[in-house]
Design a protein around this ligand. Sequence first.
Ligand SMILES: [Zn+2]
Ligand SMILES: [Zn+2]
Length: 123
Amino acid sequence: MAKDYGLIFPKKLRKKKRKQHKRSILHCKDGTCYLCMRLEGNYRIHAVTQEHHIYGGPLRSISEAEGFKVYLCLPHHIDGPEAVHNNQENRRFLQRECQEVYERTHIRQQFMSLTGRNYLEED
Ligand SMILES: [Zn+2]
Ligand SMILES: [Zn+2]
């Protein structure tokens, strides 16, 4: 019988050098749109979803490193009045949810030392 180590030593995963990336702490990339689900209870799979960094601008790299991101359909991302890039209320909704989820496993101080803000007690 030929030796076959295939099962014992599975193909080595190629290690890519890259900056810190973390999976979303809120949402798994499965074609659903986070806001369709949370705002409308709509779990449908979209042909296209885009990654959105919940805290943008100077906090974008922190969002990337900490997994503060979600996947959104185009109307909830960039296209139209409900899109988080046009709609402060929806943007803030995500910022609050993300802080809440983070604080299930961290203390507020940790959140604030990352973002410099407390979205749960603003406006
Ligand atoms: Zn959507
Ligand atoms: Zn975005």
